[in-house]
Design a protein around this ligand. Structure first.
Ligand code: LLX
Ligand code: CA
Ligand code: ZN
Length: 411
């Protein structure tokens, strides 16, 4: 059958823009630090080993400028990041407590080229947002992004500049509502905080909770003021497996998509939620991690995929490469192609990351309870929005819409 250029949505290939800066893998947090920026280069090497670059537009993003980063961050903090060098003991000593870096916070060291690293990472996410805004792509990817802990004037948890907030601010120029979903094992605290009082961004974070960094993201943290009910937290226990995660994710996110109807979605894919991560606690296989990408693609809403944490580097590269293949809609072989980092995958040289037999400490009762929390909040948020709408535009379509929503909720 001839569909012209309007093929049915399920079949249509997504146009993907992949932002990769060749310098991103060359920065070092220090020999003993868990964060290895080289993992992004490893993922890219695997992506090109499979030939996926032929299925998408690959761009070297320009570095984010001071002015661009100042859309979220304070001038004095960015000034400090731009000025400071690892040799500058006096400057570090003076400001480390204020900006949460250096000796004061060993998680966030001052390393060579720190400011350039931040502007490359942020530049990729901003560029992806711009491509989507211009209608030049359906999906944007930046595996060098996803630094969700960075605050306006403070570094946190290995993150200095919050590329996610900057990309969302860019999307908000064209979209009334943006949905942020965070599948990193840690709470997306920096992004949540940035939009905590806004109803134009709904932030949904799935994370391990209880004696775990950063310690925020309780079920009843739901936003304040206009943003009340627009933050959703899904706190989890150790060992969550593919099935429980997928069920929960799809239930919460389908509600959010139905009720919030975002114009664009930003999905943070921190790979520290994978099984066997050096700093993680979950039992997600590569497939279980990637199901969020498959699911979000089905909505056909402009989508940005970002990196995040991830400390078992060969698995980070596997997951992000596989997720790139899902974005472009191309199957990749289980046998890894020969590439620069091939020997890292000894002895099997396979793509898959199987789940383990780790105990799942999320009981059926617990999962039911936390599913109800977010779903309840979404419904309250919509009730408030509908009542607000009715107050402003008292005409029939809104009234019809209200009863239609009620119909769906009863069903
Ligand atoms: N969660 C996360 C996401 C992105 C980056 C770093 C983190 N931080 C952690 O995973 C973590 C782990 C243990 C203690 C504290 C924080 C990130 C990604 C790219 C570049 C820099 C940071
Ligand atoms: Ca998370
Ligand atoms: Zn993390």
């Amino acid at each position: 059958m001839d569909f012209g250029n309007k093929r049915p949505t399920a079949e249509r290939k997504s146009k993907v823009t992949y932002q990769y800066h060749p310098d991103i893998g060359h920065y070092h947090y220090g020999e003993k630090h868990y964060m290895k920026p080289a993992r992004v280069k490893m993922a890219h090497s695997l992506v090109t080993g499979y030939g996926l670059q032929k299925k998408m537009e690959v761009s070297t993003p320009s570095e984010a400028t001071f002015k661009e980063m100042a859309k979220f961050h304070s001038d004095d903090y960015l000034d400090f990041l731009r000025r400071v060098t690892p040799e500058d003991a006096e400057e570090i000593q003076k400001s480390q407590a204020r900006f949460n870096v250096g000796e004061y916070c060993p998680d966030c060291p001052i390393f060579e080229g720190l400011y350039d690293f931040c502007s490359i990472s942020a530049g990729g996410s901003i560029a992806a947002a711009k491509k989507l805004n211009q209608g030049h792509a359906d999906i944007g990817i930046n595996w060098g992004g996803g630094l969700h802990h960075a605050k306006r004037g403070e570094a946190s948890g290995f993150c200095y500049v919050n590329d996610i907030v900057l990309a969302i601010l860019e999307l908000l120029k064209y979209h009334q509502r943006v949905l942020y979903i965070d599948t990193d094992v840690h709470h997306g605290d920096g992004v949540e905080e940035a939009f905590y009082t806004s109803d134009r961004v709904m932030a949904v974070s799935f994370h391990k909770f209880g004696e775990f960094f950063p310690g925020t993201g309780a079920l009843n943290d739901v936003g304040i003021g206009k943003g009340r009910h627009y933050s959703i937290n899904v706190p989890l226990n150790d060992g969550i497996d593919d099935k429980s995660y997928e069920t929960l994710f799809r239930s919460v996110i389908s509600h959010v998509m139905q009720w919030y109807r975002p114009g664009a979605v930003v999905l943070q894919l921190g790979a520290d939620s994978l099984v066997g991560d050096r700093l993680g606690a979950f039992n997600l296989s590569m497939q279980g991690h990637a199901q969020s990408v498959e699911f979000m693609k089905t909505f056909n809403v402009p989508l940005i995929l970002l990196g995040g944490g991830g400390y078992t580097v060969r698995n980070v590269a596997r997951a992000w490469c596989y997720e790139t293949s899902l974005a472009v809609g191309t199957e990749v072989s289980e046998d890894l192609p020969y590439h620069e980092y091939y020997e890292y995958y000894t002895p099997e040289y396979r793509l898959d990351i199987p789940a383990s037999n780790m105990e799942n400490l999320n009981t059926r009762e617990y999962l039911e309870k936390i599913k109800y929390g977010p779903v309840f909040h979404i419904e309250v948020a919509i009730d408030i929005a509908v009542i607000e709408n009715l107050r402003h535009v008292a005409h029939a379509p809104s009234v019809q819409m209200h009863s239609k929503l009620w119909g769906l909720r009863q069903g």
